[in-house]
Ligand binder design. Structure first.
Ligand code: G3P
Length: 208
């Protein structure tokens, strides 16, 4: 299987998110999914998938109304945390503090970078997963693989750290190109969350 992270974003929630997670589980129980905080516990309880929360804060348990602590994420079953997605940008100092807090309590981290410069900074935090996604191509018609092959190659050459690639990935060919250029996995959202038959689509993307 090609290593993959599926970001549910807010395309699916409640029962729909759970149903999608169950479909994904049928393909492979090791696939990482990123869900909204509100869906985490039900998906954790009713599937065996490693579930990541789409964002957490560095705040400590206590007087912090409305924040999502790493402890709370862990308590409801999160295996890890997404940070700094282009749709939820964070300052580097915030990412750093949050990563430190997550590591202390045993949460994995999947940190997004928009370009090589940002990826180099994030690499210093030693995230479990580092994901390169050019923001303009997210949910677009043309995949990062076809539109920015040179940038994927450059990252593979200069970053010297395992990285996943995402943005507009829709076909087996997109996946093959990304992997061939040096990615160690892929990140997707709309191709699965909006698919009529997510199982079939997922299978076509990731099985050898
Ligand atoms: O995190 C994955 C995501 O941003 C890619 O989105 O819809 O282009 O597959 P999409």
């Amino acid at each position: 299987m090609i290593p993959i992270i599926i970001n549910f974003k807010t395309y699916k929630s409640g029962k729909d998110a759970l149903n999608l997670a169950k479909q994904i589980e049928k393909i492979n129980k090791k696939i990482i999914i990123g869900v909204q905080a509100t869906d985490l516990h039900s998906i954790y309880s009713l599937t065996k998938l490693p579930v990541f929360i789409q964002h957490a804060d560095f705040h400590e348990p206590g007087r912090n109304t409305g924040f999502i602590t790493p402890e709370a994420s862990y308590a409801v079953g999160a295996k890890g945390v997404f940070l700094n997605h282009s749709e939820h940008k964070l300052r580097f100092g915030v990412i750093k503090k949050t990563v430190e807090r997550c590591k202390k309590i045993g949460l994995k981290t999947a940190i997004f970078a928009a370009n090589l410069r940002e990826a180099k900074k994030i690499k210093k935090l030693n995230p479990t997963y580092l994901i390169y996604e050019p923001p303009k191509l997210v949910a677009g018609k043309v995949s990062v693989s076809k539109s920015k092959p040179g940038l994927i190659k450059e990252i593979a050459k200069k970053l010297k750290y395992d990285f996943y690639v995402g943005a507009g990935i829709k076909t087996r060919e997109d996946v093959k190109i990304a992997m061939k250029l040096g990615a160690s996995g892929i990140a997707v959202s709309s191709v699965i969350t909006k698919a009529k038959n997510p199982r079939k689509k997922l299978k076509s993307l990731i099985t050898y």
